[in-house]
Design a protein around this ligand. Structure first.
Ligand code: FAD
Length: 450
């Protein structure tokens, strides 16, 4: 499997994931084929996921520019076509209390405002593009996987209410039974906003909108060379070259260390995997997830899950580290074991789909959207830490704003700063292995704590 820390770009040998979304969504929309010959463009967007497609749409629709998108494989081939499908108030992986402590109340409020706006961006895109993506009712639960975590969630609810004026609420274990049966559920933090949908159809909808407004979307067009001189960038693909003064980088977790030296080692590609079961019986549904809401738990290496409209269980989490090991069936089994531990009623259920993808984790575990210093008019957005469905679509609009020469004014000042490089890039995977072991043992300790 493509590994951004090893390979130069996602090449033609990289197949599509065996995802449930691909299986149920039918053929993709028309695109502009691979790039051919030498062309000039107002602005080039590298990567055709939510970030890149949203940037392309906004550049064409709001800023009267003619963007050219270069996507290595097919539109939404990366995370955007293969994620867990939760669009919620999220971005990065920093607990809200830590965010306030580290950056102060004003910055934290600013960031919360951006995250809420991001969810609004998704809703607005779906409405404007009339995107048929099987939107489910709102409601997201952060479930206390261990008894010791329940009080933390109660405190978090107070922070949301007090600092952000946001009506999150703690749901005690007895009440949670209406939504979550089984084990490892000791109460939950409930967010009234946030919904699930078909993420691939969502991406395809934005793709169609971007093209309708004049963006060109070239697929099978990986950027394999990048030269810059006198403010002009030459982006080389196997079949053509684009000359441009402005580049938007939207490769997120799929950013190869070799794409550009200035960008390398600023995000860690972390593998996230999903299994989807065969349809559950009505008894199994009643004994697992009676509601169709989005759920994720409070483990350090968390699990996320939802019941799909056709009665299947989608269950995801993190286990593989390197691309060379990601297709090892032990990772599928790891998810299956965790699912059965939570929902014993699913013992013996078949698993019909299993796939994974690369999310991007920055060193501060927060997203970024900035003009890259030292490069002429290059703008990069990403680092969503596995929670980027809504934030990536929002960031796309901000990248477009910046590429159009307008300022992105935000109170969340960290967003527009260049992410710090990870030290000792060759040892990143080794460090991650140690971190995973430590997080797993922390989860075990928490499980036995009262
Ligand atoms: C298994 C899984 C579950 C997830 N679940 C959720 C969830 O439930 N909720 C949530 O909020 N987030 C979730 N995420 C994260 C979310 O999907 C991402 O944050 C979001 O899709 C990022 O979009 P993007 O456009 O920035 O990146 P991507 O969609 O990954 O797109 C990057 C694109 O860049 C292309 N590319 C890379 N290199 C080159 C090159 N050299 N030339 C041209 N193109 C290139 C790739 O082919 C890829 O298509 C999940 C991710 C995974 C993998």
């Amino acid at each position: 499997m493509y590994d951004p820390l090893v390979d130069a770009y996602p090449n033609e040998k990289q197949t599509n994931p065996d995802s449930y979304w691909k299986a149920i969504s039918g053929p993709g929309p028309e695109d502009d084929g691979h790039l051919e010959g030498e062309v000039d463009a107002d602005v080039v967007v590298i990567g055709g996921g939510y970030t890149g497609l949203s940037a392309a749409l906004s550049l064409a629709r709001d800023h009267d520019m003619k963007p050219v998108v270069l996507e290595a494989r097919s539109s939404a081939w990366g995370c955007s076509g293969r994620n867990g499908s939760f669009a919620r108030i999220s971005g990065g992986r920093v607990p809200i209390a830590t965010l306030i402590e580290t950056y102060g109340q004003d910055v934290a409020r600013g960031y919360f405002g951006e995250m809420r706006a991001a969810l609004g961006t998704v809703r607005q895109l779906i409405a404007e593009g009339n995107i048929d993506c099987d939107v489910q009712p709102d409601g997201v639960y952060k479930v206390a996987a261990f008894a010791a975590h329940a009080s933390g969630l109660e405190r978090e609810a107070t922070l949301y209410n007090g600092t952000f004026g946001y009506p999150a609420r703690f749901v005690p274990p007895g009440e949670l039974k209406n939504a979550h049966q089984g084990a490892e559920a000791f109460g939950a933090l409930y967010f009234p906003d946030g919904f699930a949908m078909n993420p691939l159809k969502l991406a395809r909808g934005v793709h169609v909108m971007a093209r309708a407004h004049g963006a060109a979307i070239h697929t099978n067009s990986p950027v394999i060379g990048w030269q810059s001189e006198g403010g002009v960038h030459r982006l080389v693909t196997p079949t053509g070259t684009v000359r441009t003064r402005k580049v938007v980088v939207a490769t997120n977790g799929y950013t190869s260390s070799k794409l550009h030296p200035r960008l390398s080692a600023r995000v860690l590609p972390v593998h996230s995997q999903i299994i989807v079961t065969q349809p559950m019986t009505s008894e199994q549904i009643a004994a697992s997830l009676p509601s169709g809401n989005c759920m994720f738990d409070t483990r350090s290496l968390l699990f996320y899950y939802r019941r799909l409209p056709d009665g299947r269980m989608l269950f995801g989490g993190r286990s593989a580290i390197a691309g060379s090991d990601a297709e090892n069936p032990k990772h599928r089994q790891y998810l299956a074991n965790a699912m059965i531990r939570k929902f014993p009623a699913l013992e013996g259920i078949g698993i019909d789909y299993w796939w994974g993808g690369w999310v991007a984790v920055s060193r501060n575990s927060l997203p970024f959207v900035y003009r890259v210093p030292g490069l002429s008019e290059v703008f990069w957005g990403g680092g969503y830490g596995g929670s980027g469905v809504s934030f990536s679509l929002h960031v796309g609009t901000k990248l477009a704003l910046m590429a159009a020469g307008k300022p992105f004014d935000t109170q969340a000042s960290f967003l527009t700063r260049e992410p710090t490089r990870y030290p000792l890039p060759p040892l990143l995977r080794f460090g991650q292995r140690i971190a995973y072991r430590w997080l797993q043992s922390k989860d075990k300790r928490q499980a036995s704590a009262k």
